[in-house]
Design a protein around this ligand. Sequence first.
Ligand code: 6PG
Length: 243
Amino acid sequence: MTRNVLAVFKDDAEVAVEAIDIAFDFLRQAIVERGRACVALAGGSTPERMHKLMASQAYKDSIDWPAVRFFMGDERFVPADDPRSNFGMIRRTIFETGANVSPDNLFPIATDTKTANDAALAYEETLHRELPGGRFDVIFLGLGEDGHTASLFPGFPSLDEADRWVVASPPGRLPPSVERVTLTYPVLNAARNVMFLTAGEKKKTALALARDPATDFHQIPAAGVQPTDGRLLWLVDRAAAGE
Ligand code: 6PG
């Protein structure tokens, strides 16, 4: 399979369906090869649509759910029950709605620590312990209008992190204006498959820049996601693709 793909679909609903079909193939393959699959989930509106669908009856028996472990790509440093929490959204859309997922297979970023940096350090330990070989089978990512992805924001020091897998970040330019905890390039780029889900006309410029090899990732952080030995898939709707 080609390692860097842009696939354009009619709208965000179609993006969500295709994303699940493709991701589940990757996850099934991981389960066959390694006995389990590790996936990192994203916040944002396009991933949210996919999560809802993933938990629907249609997908109930389409994967060996107990073999799938769920992690987070980033989190807002807010209490777990805050409406802005990414994991809160994921819990409401996937785990409380019928998917057969055991709490043992959920690895949210705990935000009950004193500082966001403490939360980042604790999550890094979790990944070192629970993520075989430091490689996710699938990482879902969204794209911000300013080119950010996960909570890697333009011009921030987190973009030059070469060792840590998880860092704290000050708020970005786009809301919500809260501190973040985010995976960094070293672990994002070690993934077997990275899947960006992007929809809407307002993402058009950021998407074009993120896919342009001449773009500086300090300006458009999504451009720095280039798996070294994995696939990069952009699943976008026609509006984001500028069609
Ligand atoms: C977050 C996300 C963030 C998001 C993008 C795209 O915490 O908000 O993890 O990286 O995925 O901002 O979000 P939308 O799809 O809502 O535009």
